[in-house]
Design a protein around this ligand. Structure first.
Ligand SMILES: Nc1ncnc2c1ncn2[C@@H]1O[C@H](COP(=O)(O)OP(=O)(O)O)[C@@H](O)[C@H]1O
Ligand SMILES: [Mg+2]
Length: 296
């Protein structure tokens, strides 16, 4: 692993970001809205305010908070899709915050994303086999035959038949499309998997199956997981630690069971009181007790 190379990294306590899989240091992101009147300053949305968080290799961290609290903005900064107004972001000890996109090719290999809306993130004109192989093609990993073998292996891993490779996204259910997204994310063998509300668009019963799959692959490949959800019951079943985000700030970070047992911040209590009943769909077993089955 390469240590932080940027001069700014020298101000960070020695070794700390390198030891963490993900490290956020006092990260801010402000958006300026266009000026609507000459008499008023342009509105500034402070979407992320001073977030600091270290995530250890192999740890599973959930980020929860209501809509508009800054979760997606934080993930985009983590994935190098956006640049912080100030602060530092490291993945596997390497700086992300001050790098132009062309210098972040390594990041696509280390970290992969699964989005909420599988239809929006899967190209409808591409066959599933091409979709899953896309990160491998983009990063020139493997020969054509090796990629084809890897696609078969990945489809099997996520509970889809090998023939799925020749079909198109619209031929699958929502849950199956999210399995395809997971297979694609796993293709370049990333160390960090990031999900932005990956099960929020799915029916409750399917949600549990896809969450179980996430749990299995994170476990099986020893991945670090950053899982964003507005729904506390989703992160409860797969995360070791939960960070509660409110209006751009992390108001509480605690081990999952502790957070549920003894929430410290009033906002966490409020969120817990409004948890929907996903727990019923998941049953009382931890997810690794239930092998995930193909949906529907
Ligand atoms: N590109 C942008 N331009 C202006 N405002 C934005 C932009 N992206 C996000 N925001 C604002 O930042 C805040 C946080 O948004 P977001 O990160 O999407 O929250 P969440 O994912 O928790 O729902 C919201 O007020 C949103 O309107
Ligand atoms: Mg969001």
């Amino acid at each position: 692993m390469t240590g932080p190379a940027s001069p700014r990294a020298a101000t960070v306590p020695a070794g700390t970001p390198a030891a963490a899989a993900v490290s956020l240091r006092d990260v801010h992101r402000e958006f300026r809205r266009p000026r609507t009147s000459l008499r008023h300053d342009p509105a500034v949305v402070h979407a992320v305010r001073g977030v600091s968080l270290d995530i250890a290799a192999g740890e599973r961290v959930g980020i929860v908070g209501e809509s508009g609290s800054g979760k997606t903005t934080l993930l985009r900064l983590l994935c190098g899709l956006d640049t912080p107004t100030s602060g530092e972001v490291y993945v596997q000890g390497r700086p992300v915050h001050d790098q132009p996109a062309r210098r972040l090719r390594w990041l696509r290999r280390e970290l992969q994303l699964v989005f909420q809306d599988p239809m929006g993130s899967l190209d409808p004109r591409m066959r599933v086999g091409q979709i899953v192989a896309e990160p491998l093609v983009a990063q020139r990993i493997g020969s054509r035959a090796e990629r084809r073998a890897r696609v078969t292996e990945l489809l099997e891993r996520v509970g889809l038949p090998a023939e799925a490779a020749d079909r198109y996204p619209h031929q699958f259910s929502g849950g199956q499309r999210q399995r395809i997204s997971i297979a694609r994310a796993l293709a370049p063998r990333p160390h960090v998997l990031v999900g932005d509300e990956p099960v929020s668009a799915l029916d409750v019963s399917v949600r549990a199956q896809v969450l179980n799959l996430v749990d299995e692959v994170v476990d099986g490949y020893g991945l670090t997981l950053v899982l964003v959800s507005h729904d506390l019951s989703v992160v409860r079943h797969v995360c070791d630690r939960v960070a509660v985000m409110r209006q751009g700030e992390l108001v509480e970070v605690a081990p999952t069971e502790q957070l549920y047992r003894d929430p410290q911040h009033p906002y966490t209590r409020e969120l817990l009181a409004s948890v929907p009943h996903l727990a019923d769909a998941l049953g009382s077993h931890p997810p690794d007790m239930e092998r995930s089955q193909p949906d529907e």
